[in-house]
Design a protein around this ligand. Structure first.
Ligand code: NAD
Ligand code: MG
Length: 297
């Protein structure tokens, strides 16, 4: 049985042909993607790196957040799973996987673009898990718009609130609860350095997440709280087929990376685990790019 440690050719490890267009209504469900994404369900093997940790993961139902939640649980963490109410079917699957790992899963549906919901996630984690010492903010909104004159104020606002404000609200609410040793991980993107012309609002938030996390990292380091960032490249998730990309981009999605294929959520999880775990104790304000080889600053 392959695990994340199995010696493998990264070129041929996964589907490399691009994808059939398969539009879904937002937020999109992992359960409806073809081919099925790999979130590490069969392969991620924990080695006790997050024993006893108390984690909040946003966007935990699907994609990169699901892969992080599975990995965190298998490394020994209890996990609060944040997602949108329309994603209950995906969230139930993650709840099952966390429980199978022998850890506690807490389902926390709600819209993080609402300040009270975002702050409430921290309070819920403290109440249900007896504290909080690990936060992975993975939830994100991405809707392509080809022409800036068509980018509505509503969308601009929602993208900012979901991707940037929610990170601020969650961190601000959490800081008084976070013991030394705690870790916070933001989720940026290759879009933060190489913005696509049709992702003006989204790409702006992704650069902002990196900058916010680098500022917070310096501010919180003296308290023993480490803040870092994962910046994925093209990854096969529902985000992409529910308005993240135009349908006609799917056949070549990911194929222009040096590895020649899209990444899978399972390939993002080890970066989150490394930044979450005490083994990265001297890594502060860093960005791990997990993007198939696209050169970034
Ligand atoms: P995904 O659709 O599986 O995950 C995004 C999640 O965000 C959804 O599951 C949803 O639960 C959550 N979300 C969105 N709006 C929300 C809201 N208002 N309230 C609460 N939750 C909300 O897709 P993904 O690709 O795994 O995305 C996860 C993160 O990875 C995002 O921040 C995205 O920007 C980032 N990212 C993705 C890619 C990629 O190619 N897939 C590349 C770079 C960065
Ligand atoms: Mg989802």
């Amino acid at each position: 049985m392959r695990t994340q440690f199995t010696f493998t050719d990264p070129v041929s490890l996964y589907h490399a042909e691009g994808f059939e267009p398969q539009p879904q209504e937002g937020p999109g469900l992992a359960g409806q993607l073809s081919p099925e994404p790999d979130h590490g369900e069969e392969t991620y093997r924990g080695t006790g790196r997050l024993e006893g940790r108390r984690a909040l993961v946003t966007g935990a139902d699907s994609g990169i957040g699901r892969a992080a939640a599975i990995a965190f649980a298998r490394e020994g963490a209890d996990v609060v799973l944040s997602y949108l109410p329309g994603e209950q079917a995906d969230a139930n699957e993650v709840e099952r996987l966390v429980q199978e790992a022998g850890r506690k899963a807490v389902l926390a549906p709600g819209d993080v673009s609402d300040e009270q919901v975002a702050r409430g996630l921290v309070r819920r984690t403290v109440e249900e898990l007896g504290g909080i010492d690990l936060i992975a903010v993975v939830a994100g909104k991405q809707q392509h718009v080809e022409d800036v004159t068509q980018l509505s104020s509503e969308q601009f606002d929602e993208t900012m609130r979901t991707n940037l404000y929610a990170l601020h609200w969650i961190v601000q609410e959490a800081v008084p609860h976070l013991p030394p040793g705690s870790t916070i991980i933001g989720t940026s993107s290759v879009q933060g350095y190489q913005p696509s012309p049709n992702l003006v609002d989204y790409a702006t938030t992704k650069a902002g997440i990196t900058t916010m996390c680098k500022a917070l990292a310096q501010q919180l380091a003296p308290k023993g709280i480490r803040v870092n960032v994962v910046a994925p490249g093209p990854v096969w998730t529902p985000l992409q087929v529910s308005g993240g990309q135009p349908d006609d981009a799917m056949p070549s999605f990911g194929t222009s990376t040096p590895l020649g294929r899209a990444g899978q959520p399972a390939e993002m999880a080890p970066a989150y685990v490394f930044l979450a775990s005490p083994e990265s104790s001297y890594v502060v304000g860093e960005v791990i790019n997990v993007n198939g080889g696209m050169p970034v600053p």
